[in-house]
Design a protein around this ligand. Structure first.
Ligand code: UD1
Ligand code: MG
Length: 456
């Protein structure tokens, strides 16, 4: 795909009334990513050099979430035409082609946008609209064509006659315009319609009536142009994008045992020959290496995972796992954790904000929090770092080649030096020097004939 030099205007100021939400519509997530972000990424994918995002409703929330575009404020939402008009100052010294996109259509691909821009340039027209043939056109603006099949106008659903409502070709809300022509036509748009809004769609018939031809290009796949105005449509979009992501991963050499029950966010990267078992969620900015086996029943968020890692029944978030690690079942790896290569984390283990060195073993029932652990450490069952005194958190430092007996409490701040051993059941409160054995537990006492004495 050859990159195009175009500017983009993305409309994202609408209230999203039909979502019934306190969150602006364009920040609702599809496949783990705000819909507005999908639109920005697709625009950049086609080569957009500048993105102006029109915001209004919930503007502050949008600014917090999206920080790498130019914003234009539409303080009153008077319609899509009015929204574009708000960008006039920002674009006053610019000419050429502008792409107009809606922040609530997150499904189109950069390839489709690329075709639209190509068609616009090839036909040498002032305006091109992307249309689609919808199985159910309810809610969309309908494309009215003249007898010769050329574009005539767009009629919004709410303004359409019964006959017009039967038309299944709809406006996707995606256009290419010659900038000067667009703004000249926008001056002539009025709000004389059922919603009392300034419709961007009217610009097309205004340009046409000045004698210019309008190009209406039909998208190959209608599902790319679905607009999201309700939670029901959000769920439909979610399904489509998830399926698309899974298919892409499989095409790239990842095995999904059951794509229908595997949920992978849009920006996740997974290496070849990794196998994902069902009921696994892989979310956010996660990157997974090759030859891993993940799931079943795992939730992986914002994790960096190396090659040949096995994880089952794991919840891991905001952490890193090196090569050749096995984790699970029933493990929670919490933020700030770095697990080194060849580590084994077994059943019922929680690790938080800790560094675990190469080849160390946490095989069963450990809580390791705020700990710096060296390599080849072996933790006995039930080892616990006591990292919190009710007010502050403290670190536990464990050297290399340390052996910790079962049911040991490490009361932080505390250090266990290289090569040290700790007897089972110890509560360690002070440094265990290098190569020492520490036993910190009450000695056993046996009372003879206790059974008989108690009876008497
Ligand atoms: C719009 C189109 C319709 C098309 C459909 C495709 C118009 C008049 N109608 O209808 O022909 O079939 O999209 O999905 O353009 N917005 C603003 N400021 C406003 C109003 C809206 O920025 O004052 C933004 C919204 O945030 C949204 C986009 O423009 O991202 C579209 O607005 P929306 O209200 O969803 O229009 P539709 O009814 O879907
Ligand atoms: Mg819409």
């Amino acid at each position: 795909m050859v990159k195009k030099e175009v500017k983009s205007v993305i409309l994202a100021a609408g209230k999203g009334t039909r979502m019934k939400s306190k969150l602006p519509k364009v920040l609702h997530k599809v496949c783990g990513k705000p819909m507005l972000r999908h639109v920005i990424d697709a625009a950049r994918g086609v080569g957009s050099t500048r993105e102006l995002v029109v915001i209004g409703s919930g503007a502050e929330l949008v600014r917090q979430e999206i920080t790498d575009v130019e914003f234009v404020l539409q303080s009153e939402q008077l319609g899509t035409g009015h929204a574009v008009l708000c960008t006039r100052d920002a674009l006053k010294n610019v000419d050429g082609t502008v792409m107009i996109l809606c922040g609530d259509t997150p499904l189109f691909t950069a390839e489709t946008l690329s075709k639209l821009v190509d068609e616009h340039k090839r036909a040498e027209v002032k305006a091109t609209v992307l249309t689609a043939i919808m199985p159910d056109a309810t809610g969309y603006g309908r494309i009215i064509r003249a007898e010769d099949g050329s574009f005539e106008k767009i009629v919004e659903h709410k303004d359409a006659s019964e006959d017009e409502k039967k038309i299944r070709e709809v406006n996707s809300g995606i256009y290419c315009f010659d900038l000067k022509t667009l703004f000249a036509a926008l001056d002539k748009v009025n709000n004389d319609n059922s919603q009392g809004e300034y419709y961007l769609t009217d610009v097309l018939s205004i340009i046409r009536s000045s004698g210019e031809k309008i190009n209406a290009v039909i998208a190959d796949d209608f599902s790319e142009t679905l607009g999201i105005n309700s939670r029901q449509q959000l769920a439909v979009a979610e399904k489509i994008l998830r399926r698309r992501k899974n298919e892409q991963l499989m095409a790239d050499g990842v095995t999904l045992m059951d794509p229908g029950s595997t949920f992978i966010d849009a920006d996740v990267e997974i290496g070849r020959d990794t196998v994902i078992y069902p009921f696994t969620w892989i979310e956010g900015a996660t990157k997974i290496g090759s030859d891993c086996v993940l799931g079943p029943n795992s939730r992986i968020q914002n994790m960096q995972i190396g090659d040949r890692v096995t994880m089952q029944f794991v919840y891991g978030h905001d952490c890193e796992v090196g090569d050749d690690v096995t984790v699970g079942p029933y493990v929670h790896i919490r933020p700030g954790t770095k697990i080194g290569a060849k580590v084994k984390i077994g059943n019922f283990v929680e690790v938080k904000n800790s560094n675990i060195g190469t080849g160390s073993k946490l095989p069963h029932l450990q809580y390791i929090g705020d700990c710096d652990m060296g390599s080849n450490v072996n933790l006995g069952c039930g080892t616990v770092t006591c990292n919190y005194d009710g007010k502050k958190k403290y670190r536990t430092v464990i050297g290399n080649n340390v052996f910790v007996g079962c049911n040991t409490n490490l009361v932080a701040p505390v250090e266990v030096e290289d090569g040290a051993y700790i007897g089972a059941g110890s509560t360690i409160t002070k440094t265990v020097p290098k190569n020492n054995l520490a036993i910190a537990r009450a000695r056993q006492q046996n009372f003879a004939d206790w059974h008989d004495k108690r009876k008497g």
